[in-house]
Ligand binder design. Sequence first.
Ligand SMILES: Nc1ncnc2c1ncn2[C@@H]1O[C@H](COP(=O)(O)OP(=O)(O)O)[C@@H](O)[C@H]1O
Ligand SMILES: [Mg+2]
Ligand SMILES: [Zn+2]
Length: 568
Amino acid sequence: MEKVLARRYRPQTFDEVIGQEAVVRTLENALAAGRVGHGFIFSGHRGIGKTTVARILAKAMNCRRAPGPTPTPCGECESCREIREGNSVDVIEIDAASNRGIDEIRALRESVRYRPARDRYKFYILDEAHQLTDDAFNALLKTLEEPPEWAIFVLATTEPEALPATIRSRCQHFAFRAVSYARIVERLRQICQAEGIAAEDEALGLIAAAGEGSLRDALSLLDQALAYGAGALRAEMVRALLGRVSSQALGEMMAAVADGNSREVLERADAFLAAGASPAQICQQTVGMIRNMLMCRVAGAESELLALSDTERKATAAAAERFGEEDLTRFLQILLRTAADLRFAQEPRLHLELGLVKLVQARRLASIEDVLASLGAEQKKTPHDATGSGAAAAAGGGGSRAGGGAGRETPPSARFAPEADAPGEENAAAPERAAATEPPAPAGDPARAKVLARLEELKRTSLLSVLQPAVWTWAERRLELRFAGEAAALAPLAKQDSILRELREVCRVTLGFAPEIEVRVVEVPGPAAPAPATDGTPAAERAARHPALRALREHVPGHVLRTIELSE
Ligand SMILES: Nc1ncnc2c1ncn2[C@@H]1O[C@H](COP(=O)(O)OP(=O)(O)O)[C@@H](O)[C@H]1O
Ligand SMILES: [Mg+2]
Ligand SMILES: [Zn+2]
C-alpha cells in the first residue's frame, strides 16, 4: 500500500503499456511466432517503459500457465508473480552504472552458463548498459556471440549510440518513443481516479509538463503533490510545489511587454520572485511561454504541439495575439542568452530583470522595423501617423562608451533607440533638431572610468550593463545618472536600492567618498553628437539624407539623437 505510485502502477501486461505500440506489437508477434532473439537493446528517454517492457517480456517467456512463450502471460503463476515482485532467481536485473567492471561481467558470464533454476529462460536486464567498461563489453560480446539457448539479454540504455557497434550488431534494437503529453495527462487522470483523488485538469497538466516526457518522473511528482495536498490535487498547489508561475500571470507580463511598459514588467517579475519562483525558473518559464506563443502563431492555438491545459492554452493564445513571429523569435534569442547568463550569475535577479527589459526594448525596435518595412509598400504618405507604439526615432548607440569590456554584448535594440513614446500627435511637430538641452556624455570623466573599471574588476557585468548607458554628471558629492533614449528602460533598474548601495560603495572605495545618487530619465533626447568625419561628409549629414531615414521621419515624430558609423 505504501509503495510509490510509479511502482504500484507499473503495467503488468503489454496491453497496459502506454505509447509504445510499435515495440509492443513487434514483441507480441515474435512471441506468437515463437521467434524471440537472445539479445535486445531497449533505448529511449528515462521513465518511458524500458524496464517495464523487459519484465513483461520475461513473464511472457516464462509464464507457467502457457506451454511456451506467450504474448499474454497470466500474471498469477509463481513465475509471473515473482517476476512482478522483482525476486525471481532467473530474472536478473543489473545496474550497469554501478557494476560496470570486468569482474561483474565475468561473474555474469559464469552465471549464464548454468541453466535456469526454475523458469524456461534466464533473463539479464542490464540497466544503463552504455556505462559498461570496454573490458566488460568485450566479455559480454563473447556471450552474445554464442549465447546458451536459455539466456536472453536486454540492454536498456538512454544512449544507444554509446554502445559498441559489435554489441549493437548482435542485438535487436527497439527504440522506445517519448510518451506524448496528452497520454501522460490521461494516465495521471486514470491513476487519480483509481486512487479516489479529485484532481483539477490544470494540475494534471502541470505535473505532466514538469515530468518532461518521463512517466516515472510525472508519477513521482504526483506522489509529492498528493503528500502535500492531503488527498486533493489543485493547480495552485502544484504550482507552489514546482515553484511555477501561472500562464495567466506570464501572459499578463507579456502584455506589459507589448505595451512597452518596462516598469510593469519588472513589477510582475518582482511578484513572481516574491511568490518563491527563482530567477532561473522565471526565465525558463518565460522562454516556455514564448515558445508556446510562437507555436500558437505558427501552428494555431489548437495545435497538438502545444503541451498545455485548456486554461493555459487560452492564456497563451491571448498573449500571442499581440506579437508577430519575428518579435517572438527575437524574444527567444534574448531570453535564451539570459538563461545561459543566469547559470553563472552572481546577481541572478538583476540578470533576469535585464533580460526582461530587453524584451521591451526589442519590442519597440520591432515596431520601427514594421514602419520601415511598410515604407516601401506605401505609396501615399500619411504624415505622423502614430504607427504601432508611435516611438520616436533616434538612431544611436547605448550612450557613452566605457573603456574595456571587450566582448560585452550590445543589446539587440542598440541600433535604433526609440525614446519616450509620444502618446498624442502634438509632438509630431518636433523640431528637426532640438535645442542642445542635453550635452553628450563627457568623453573624459576619470571618476566614472575609475568606478566602471572597478566594477569590471569585480565582474559585475549586470551592474555595468545598467550603469554604462547612463550619462554621469558629478556635482560636488552628488552623482546624477541620466538615462535617455533606449537606456530609459534601464532607469527603473538603476533606481533599485541594492544597485544604488553597491554603486555608492564602489565609489567610496575608488573615489574616497560615497556620493548621493540621483537617477533621472531624460524625456527629451539631445541633439546628434558630433559625428566623425570619414569621407569628408559627417555621418550625421549622410544619414539625414538617407531615404529610409527621411521616409521614417514622415511617419514618426522625433529626431536623430546620435549617429554611429557602422565601422565603429
Ligand atoms: N509506457 C509506459 N506506460 C505506462 N507506465 C509507464 C510507462 N513508462 C513508464 N511508466 C511508469 O513509470 C515507471 C518506471 O518505468 P520504467 O519502465 O522503469 O522506465 P525506464 O526503464 O524506461 O526508465 C513504471 O513503473 C510505470 O509506473
Ligand atoms: Mg529502467
Ligand atoms: Zn504466468
